[in-house]
Design a protein around this ligand. Structure first.
Ligand code: C2E
Ligand code: MG
Ligand code: MG
Ligand code: MG
Length: 283
């Protein structure tokens, strides 16, 4: 058994760790190959209004692995985020999502659909992030108000000044913003009011516990009330049961995303689904 001691006497190397490190290096390498080899795809999970019409979708990345089949982001996005790879990957995601959005805005049946795109912290902190988004919008011809960028609380809070500056610039162009996984971070009303936000997305862990854990019922009600007071939309993610939906509706939540309604799916499948659901009454 190979082991070596660090200068401070801490063991920093053992065979198990070596395996983990080399597996990680292998994964990073595979991700690089996947990006240049066009193995990533975006699926789209519909988002719904309380009245039953589809308001838009969230773009969610999948890895079409040559041996392992379709791999979910839980298995690789954190590794990409820990390396510089998230920057080109994030840019590919944004561009691909906007290319899809451009096709949707050009067809009568889909022209009302908004598209939410997840943005990673390292990607957002790039100096040219705003310029990149503006460039993609210009090149794809997407109407900016159809694009919604999802930022997490920790991203927003990490450098509030930089966050506000970048959000303001994109807001001027018409781009919209949502706080993803809301309620899991350290949000305070004080910072919420300083950000040019459009939507709070209640984290699915709270939705999951509706009717099960009383404190989470209270948190859900509080977030909905907070959003209403701040004049923000509020969307519940991870809605799986009618009971959850009924509770949310009763307390004033108007937007939904979850397996109860539809799973993430390829764009063509979403277009087919759209034909079988109520039309947007305002369209
Ligand atoms: P997220 O942005 O909070 O996305 C919601 C996740 O919940 C998605 O998992 C979605 O498939 C899943 N979900 C939706 N409805 C339900 C439901 O009713 N029940 C349950 N149990 N789950 C539901 P997914 O696609 O595996 O993505 C996981 C996370 O990976 C995302 O969480 C996001 O943080 C990250 N991610 C996914 N795609 C991207 C991307 O394009 N860029 C970045 N930066 N991150 C991404
Ligand atoms: Mg998201
Ligand atoms: Mg989320
Ligand atoms: Mg999440």
């Amino acid at each position: 058994q190979v082991k070596s001691q660090g200068r401070n006497g801490l063991c920093f190397f053992d065979p198990q760790m070596q395996v983990a490190i080399s597996q990680r290096a292998q994964l990073e390498n595979d991700l690089q190959v996947a990006l240049s080899g066009r193995q990533f795809v975006l699926h789209y999970q519909p988002q719904w209004h309380l009245d039953g019409h589809m308001v838009g979708a969230e773009a969610l990345i999948r890895w079409q692995h040559p041996q392992r089949g379709l791999v979910g982001p839980g298995n690789f996005i954190a590794v990409a985020e820990d390396s510089e790879l998230i920057v080109p990957l994030g840019h590919w995601i944004l561009r691909t999502a906007c290319e899809q959005l451009a096709r949707w805005q050009d067809a009568p049946a889909t022209r009302h659909l908004q598209l939410s795109v997840n943005v990673s912290a390292r990607q957002f902190r790039q100096r040219d992030f705003v310029a990149r988004v503006v460039e993609v919008l210009r090149e794809t011809g997407v109407r900016p108000h159809l694009l919604k960028l999802e930022l997490t609380e920790s991203l927003v809070l990490d450098d509030v000044a930089d966050t506000i500056a970048k959000m303001e610039m994109l807001k001027t162009k018409g781009v919209r913003f949502s706080v993803d996984d809301f309620g899991t971070g350290y949000s305070s009303l004080a910072y919420l009011t300083r950000l040019p936000l459009d939507q709070l997305k209640i984290d699915q862990s709270f939705i999951h516990n509706i009717g099960v854990k009383h404190t989470d019922d209270v948190i859900v009600q509080t977030i909905i009330g907070m959003a209403q007071n701040l004049q923000l939309d509020v969307l519940a993610e991870g809605v799986e049961t009618e009971a959850q939906k009924d509770f949310l509706a009763l307390h004033g939540c108007h937007f939904y995303q979850g397996y109860l309604f539809a799973r993430p799916m390829p764009a063509a499948q979403l277009e087919a689904l759209l034909e079988s659901v109520p039309a947007d009454p305002t369209a």
